[in-house]
Design a protein around this ligand. Structure first.
Ligand SMILES: *Cc1c(COP(=O)(O)O)cnc(C)c1O
Length: 390
């Protein structure tokens, strides 16, 4: 009971009187101007100057050579996997502790997700667990990597930077190079996050961002594929725009492809939002400092902080309960939500979803432990603006 009271007090100190949502969009820039221009000119749909501009500006901001904007992050992951060769019947290594889209995108390619454990210091895919698993089941033959237990090709690894905290990409890239397997980064939560000064989503063969309404910037709904490979970028653009041959009037399509475009209207919103990303990250980091101060004398919980050498965007603020307090998680969630603070547990592990029960899986001790102890706190960057008595 004392812990619940102490958490309520820390939230009140940091956020002021409730309510506070988990994560709300914030429009403080040129959103109205850009969106209005689309409406005034009639360029609201699948092509337009804001689509090209957002692609250019995302590439410039992240340091990726190419960016292709798409309808959402999930289809971005699907197409990124597809263009790097993931096909029907392949296996793809993904963290068990992730949002459902990471695994669904693999299934949308006809491939099977293979779930791995997490690291407690990053909350992301465990590098040691990956090494152990590949030693157990990985076998190199015919120029590829195969799972000796299922006979399937292991075509890719999809690390995810949980709540904006980058995982150790150089270590992962070493493993991927030695086993000859591609990396597609699920960077949906990590726009603005860096590792050794390099942006998340630019380490793998391809990386994917999301601009859903709850992410650090939003286009309403949307996503982007990042890559340094011009051929993969061209292919991703082509596949997401119906594989239509450029022609002044003819409708010639080369293959069955997708309409996964981001409309110009959404891209316009995105251009205005991207102008504010550094301000959003700065405010989120101030919010982290305030939470850290408020929770510093609450025993039984730890605020999750970034590691040395990384800059997290702190998309979602994360409280870790001590193991002997994990049984209080749902009471804490109930009490804080009753008080108007939108706290949330982390996702259920992906292999616990009924439709992924039969997927291959490594040991998941750390992921299970983390999932039982994580509580996300209200995290909108605008929470530092008002209310605060600090
Ligand atoms: C949000 C999110 C996605 C998918 O994004 P949508 O744009 O909502 O399709 C994928 N992976 C993770 C980890 C996410 O948080």
């Amino acid at each position: 009971m004392d812990l619940i009271k102490a958490i309520d007090r820390a939230l009140r100190t940091t956020l002021g009187p409730a309510p506070a949502a988990l994560h709300e969009p914030r429009f403080v820039g040129r959103e109205w101007d850009y969106v209005k221009e689309c409406i005034d000119t009639g360029w609201v749909s699948s092509v337009g100057s804001y689509v090209d501009r957002l692609e250019r500006e995302l590439a410039a901001y992240t340091g990726a050579w190419h960016a292709v904007v798409v309808a959402n992050g999930t289809v971005g992951l699907q197409v990124a996997l597809e263009v790097c060769g993931v096909a029907q019947g392949d296996e793809v290594l993904v963290p068990a502790l992730s949002f459902i889209a990471t695994a669904n995108a693999v299934r949308h390619c006809g491939a099977i997700p293979h779930f791995l454990d997490s690291d407690a210091d990053t909350l992301g895919l465990s590098i040691p667990a990956l090494k152990v698993r590949l030693q157990e089941v990985g076998v190199r033959k015919d120029g590829g990597l195969f799972n000796r237990e299922t006979g399937r090709r292991i075509a890719a690894i999809v690390p995810m930077h949980t709540f904006g905290h980058p995982i150790d990409m150089p270590a992962l890239m070493e493993i991927s190079a030695s086993y000859g397997v591609e990396i597609v980064e699920d960077g949906a939560e990590s726009l603005g996050s860096m590792l050794n000064g390099r942006h998340c989503g630019t380490f793998g063969r391809l990386g994917v961002l999301s601009f859903n309404g709850n992410k650090i910037i939003t286009t309403g709904g949307g996503g982007a594929i990042l890559t340094n490979d011009p051929e993969l970028a061209r292919r991703a653009k082509y596949l997401t725009t119906t594989a239509k041959r450029p022609h002044r009037w003819a409708f010639v399509h080369d293959e069955v492809a997708y309409n996964f475009r981001m409309p110009n209207l959404n891209a316009a919103l995105g251009c205005a939002q991207l102008e504010k990303i550094e301000a959003f990250v700065a405010d989120k980091r101030i919010l982290t400092e305030r939470y850290a101060k408020a929770f510093s004398d609450v025993s039984g919980v730890t605020l999750f902080r970034e590691r040395k050498g990384v800059r997290s965007n702190y998309w979602l603020q994360t409280l870790l309960l001590d193991r002997d307090k994990a049984h209080l998680r749902d009471s804490i969630l109930a009490a804080t939500n009753d008080a108007g603070y939108a706290t949330r547990p982390v996702w259920d592990l992906l292999p616990d979803q009924v439709f992924y029960r039969d997927s291959p899986c490594g040991t998941l001790d750390v992921a299970r432990d983390l999932a039982s102890r994580i509580i996300n706190l209200p995290s909108s960057s605008q929470l530092v603006e008002c209310k605060t008595p600090v």
